[in-house]
Design a protein around this ligand. Structure first.
Ligand code: ARG
Length: 463
């Protein structure tokens, strides 16, 4: 009865098979085979529920379960004959199940549709990525904590406008990234909590007349509850957008750290030495050691944010409920997830392996008049001057030092007194960078004690 060229799954009303171009544009099996494990998990939950509710017989349910495990093992072994004519992972799996178990396979699709099926598969896949990102972010945070602990009191220049601003501690700078990644972690966890409702059983769009048990499938698949509106459930891709949004911000943070590592590892800065394991050489310049991993991480935010914008453009303006446009959701998410995980892992390795050059950091910390604010604060605190006057006097002293080609601590007390007669030799105490950072004891400040407090707090949070 069925023409060979007709689609086995929906060919009933068709007199001819699809044009080759139609098949090419329609098929998603080239990429959605990455969701095979999720697809089979969803089908197994659905089959178990169909059996438990008596919608199909126990023996059919058991045959389906067994057959699906065989399909899964074939896919895992890498010898599954994926077919473009069968469009997608859902129909490839079902068709193979039919070859293996025969007639009961045709009962699996009772009370569901590919629309709720794909939404469920994709949610499960994205949920796994949220969990993987969670672990990878924590690992990177621990690497940064290790660096912060080792150099909680090492001084380095702090910058604004990439101009030397005030001395800070190495530990404080590392901990700034721990804070950023902590927010990334929070975003991944928020997204996971919000997305964890199960679309399975919402069927094509309207629900089903079969007496299915959606609580049973939801809990079998680790969801908190079944999704409450069938129209929304089959057309919602917020979970993927939230993952991409959280990933974009995380990738932006990685990019900023990567940029700092590129600058810091240059011959001009020498703040850090990257390990050989995370550097590359030049084929022509023998002296070169390039921070390629950092540069690639710096670039990843482009494609990850691109995926975020891309999927947003796919979804905007789609009427409810499912439209085939939504098949274009997956590749961008797959690519973004792969690249985020790679970037996190590479950054973790780089941070763990790098050596902070304490002497270079310290030498740079004292340059560029970095303690000018401490001097101005001293004039306010000790001489009782208004801050604006103190700022002006300090500016004049900086100009004097600049004229002499030295730093502030190299001026003599007589030099200083020529600008303001009451300045005494005690001022030199605050011109030292170590004193400068030690004095910044306000909560969240750069003083080593404050930094150690934050390290201890994060160590407790991360366990
Ligand atoms: N391959 C499709 C996708 O990824 C599965 C859903 C197909 N549904 C449909 N009504 N044609 O979106």
């Amino acid at each position: 009865m069925t023409d060979k060229t007709q689609n086995q799954m929906w060919g009933g009303r068709f007199a001819a098979g699809p044009d080759a171009i139609m098949e090419a544009i329609n098929a998603s099996i080239g990429f959605d085979q990455r969701m095979a494990a999720q697809d089979i998990a969803g089908s197994r939950a659905h089959a178990a529920m169909l059996g438990a509710t008596g919608i199909i017989s126990d023996s059919d349910a058991a045959a389906i379960q067994k057959g699906l495990l065989t399909v899964l093992s074939e896919i895992e072994a890498g010898d599954f004959p994926f077919s473009t004519a069968l469009e997608d992972i859902h129909m490839n799996v079902e068709s193979r199940l039919k070859e293996i178990i025969g007639e009961p396979a045709g009962r699996l699709h009772t009370g569901r549709s590919r629309n709720d099926q794909v939404a469920t598969d994709f949610k499960l896949w994205v949920r796994d990525q949220l969990d993987a990102a969670d672990g990878a972010i924590v690992a990177l945070m621990k690497a940064l904590l290790g660096q912060a602990e080792a150099g909680a009191d090492w001084v380095m220049p702090g910058f604004t406008h990439l101009q030397v601003a005030q001395p800070v501690t190495w530990g404080h700078h590392m901990m700034a990234y721990v804070e950023m990644l902590g927010r990334d972690l929070g975003r991944m966890r928020d997204a996971r909590a919000r997305m964890n409702t199960c679309p399975l059983g919402t069927a094509a769009l309207a629900g089903t007349s079969f007496p299915i048990d959606r609580d049973m499938t939801a809990s079998a698949l680790g969801f908190d509850a079944p999704a409450a509106n069938s129209l929304d459930a089959v057309s919602d891709r917020d979970f993927a957008l939230e993952f991409l949004g959280a990933s974009s911000i995380c990738a932006m943070h990685l990019s900023r750290l990567a940029e700092e590592l590129v600058i810091w590892s240059s011959a001009q800065f020498r703040f850090v030495t990257l390990s050989d394991r995370f550097s590359t050489g030049s084929s022509i310049m023998p002296q070169k050691k390039n921070p390629d991993a950092a540069e690639l991480i710096r670039a990843k935010v482009g494609r990850i944010m691109g995926a975020n914008v891309g999927l947003m453009m796919v979804m905007k303006g789609l009427p409810l409920t499912y439209s085939k446009d939504m098949q274009e959701d997956k590749e961008q998410v797959f690519d973004a997830a792969d690249n985020l995980m790679l970037a996190l892992a590479a950054m973790e390795g780089m941070v763990r392996d790098m050596t902070a050059n304490r002497d270079h950091l310290a030498a740079a910390a004292g340059s560029g008049f970095s303690t000018a604010t401490d001097l101005a604060d001293w004039l306010v605190r000790v001489l009782g001057l208004p801050f604006r006057d103190a700022h002006h006097i300090t500016g004049a002293l900086v100009a004097m030092a600049e004229g002499k080609g030295c730093d502030l601590p190299d001026l003599t007390v007589e030099d200083m007194q020529s600008v303001h007669a009451q300045i005494s030799a005690e001022v030199f105490d605050v011109l030292g960078v170590q004193n400068s950072v030690n004095s910044r004891i306000s909560y969240g400040g750069t003083a080593p004690d404050q930094v150690r407090l934050q390290i201890a707090r994060w160590e407790e949070v991360l366990g």
